[in-house]
Write a protein that binds this ligand. Sequence first.
Ligand code: ADP
Length: 402
Amino acid sequence: MSNQRQGLLTLNAGSSSIKFAVFTVPELKQLLIGQIDSIGSIAAFKAKSSDALINEKYEWSQQDAPQNHADALKWLIEWLNLRMANLKICAVGHRVVHGGQFYSEPVLINDDVLHQLESLLALAPLHEPHNVAGIKAARESFGEIAQVACFDTAFHRDQPFINDTFAIPRHFYEEGVRRYGFHGLSYEYISKNLPELFPEHAKGRVIILHLGNGASMCAIKDGRAVSSTMGFSALDGLAMGTRCGNIDPGVLLYLMEFKGMKAKEISDLLYKESGLKGLSGISNDMRTLEGSDQPEAKEAIDYFVSRVKREIGSLAMALGGLDAMVFTGGIGENSVNVRKAVLEGCEWLGVEIDEANNASGQTVISSEFSSVLCLRIPTNEEGMIAAHTLALSNLSIPTMSS
Ligand code: ADP
């Protein structure tokens, strides 16, 4: 016990996966990152430590596979106890998709908070139940240690009313039908780091493009959210891996009235069968589409890029101009071609790409003549969760030297 160091665990429970990371306390050095996928069917596990001493992959047989998040988490905790025996987990930070109107900051979880989160399940039915299940399972497994909920919506709670509402009768806004925006932990991480890297631009008008399998963009002024492409749900705005993005609500009325589709079928269509996957008929994965010579793959990428460009115009208008753009997320950080296509479409804004810097993945990807500074910055949502969790859980005791 006395040789044990303190550690902090972050959990990100999705519909069929749990992503996790382990950090030292109080330095918050990342020790390990991993995930359990396909929970409920033939689950698979992988984990990699920062020092490369652990690099494990594991696939369960059908009979032994964890059938739910609670089972998967129990297995993970046993694995951690075995592989990181000199580490004692002292706090757990959870990514929670929706904090509703209540939470504009992370919060220490107690029974009241948990009840309030349960009252939000209807706002994010595909994500929130898994986040809550993850919290319950972690409370069961870890007992009394501090657990913190970090919300993807919290960063956007500052945005002005006109960017927070829809033009439907006002009582819906009071009930909570609002433009919440998501990917807030990613935006928070980038905007917290920007002042150190580019202090003048950080004070200005910035668009962050979080382009991953889920994708959104956020307009930020002096570090605070002004407007987001995502709205009430994680469906709005950009086309994504399998989600439709911006769609005329008349299409939904048509599907209901004339195609007889029920809510669940429409939900599956919009969340799971649309976006890059639906348009290409090939894949939801940008790498696969970039590698394909099928015209449908190219059209799907063209649509994705075109929506990004249109949203840049819209968000630049919401900001009253533009000083910097930051690309992040799996596509934003790694796709040279998507960044190039987007930036070449922004010449009218005074953007000039530095082709060589873009191709080699430098931080600054605009030329010295560009009137908008364009950046590529890897995001770190786990690191943000860890920082909030440390701050709220009062773990200031120095670690034991090992
Ligand atoms: P999630 O929303 O699940 O966190 P990620 O941020 O991991 O998603 O992004 C996944 C997307 O990033 C996928 O479409 C994947 O193809 C894309 N991606 C990852 N690496 C590359 C690459 N080198 N080139 C193009 N796209 C990439």
